[in-house]
Design a protein around this ligand. Structure first.
Ligand SMILES: C[S@@+](CC[C@H](N)C(=O)[O-])C[C@H]1O[C@@H](n2cnc3c(N)ncnc32)[C@H](O)[C@@H]1O
Length: 185
């Protein structure tokens, strides 16, 4: 019985599949994604409908009854991955998201993820990036945690990232990505 991992905002499930390859199993890997279409597109893209064993729950992470239904069906998680999600929301929703993360976790846990951390940017019809300052996110985790936590926050450059300039061209010069981990101790 391995530790259970939930990828929140897992999109096509690309990171879950990478993790399944590295770990050699996918039955302890779970995803949560608002757009069920993305989940379907992931199955088409990776052509693994018959072999992919992770469960991806489709719904809104802010919907408390949806969260409770996940906990009722598979229990709480040891590890949460939150990649490029916080910056989609304003400060109050970020605070709410932190509370929901703790709701999903066992008492011994690890949360890790990344978020855009520069000046807020309008993506011209494709949404808005709310810069997530590291001290603000750390304070949210520390104040919402039911027990003592150890937080690590680091600012990384976007320069190393692949994927062409489609996304990077919207970012102000020198924008940073916040990479974070929060663990119980
Ligand atoms: C920017 S993508 C990040 C994808 C991936 N986690 C990564 O790190 O590259 C954000 C994902 O979160 C999903 N999402 C946005 N709002 C959500 C919500 N309220 N509940 C669940 N998923 C949500 C989006 O549909 C999208 O797939």
């Amino acid at each position: 019985m391995g530790q259970k991992i939930l990828d929140i905002g897992c999109c096509f499930g690309q990171d879950l599949r990478r993790l399944a390859l590295d770990a050699g199993r996918s039955d302890v890997l779970f995803g949560l994604e608002y757009r069920s279409r993305f989940v379907e597109l992931g199955l088409d893209l990776f052509k693994d409908r018959d072999t992919f064993q992770s469960s991806i729950f489709s719904g809104d992470v802010f919907d408390e009854s949806f969260i409770e239904s996940i906990i009722s069906s598979v229990g709480r998680f040891d590890v949460l991955y939150v990649g490029s999600l916080f910056h989609l929301f304003g400060v109050e929703q970020q605070r709410q998201l932190v509370r929901i993360l703790f709701r999903l976790l066992k008492s011994d846990f690890l949360i890790f993820g990344r978020a855009y951390s520069g000046d807020s940017v309008d993506l011209g019809g494709a949404g808005f990036l709310n810069g997530v300052p590291s001290d603000q996110l750390q304070q949210m985790f520390e104040s919402a945690s039911p027990g003592p936590v150890s937080c690590e926050m680091a600012l990384d450059s976007y320069e190393y990232k692949g994927g062409g300039d489609a996304f990077k061209r919207f970012l102000p010069q020198g924008s940073k990505e916040l990479v974070f981990s929060v663990r119980s101790f």
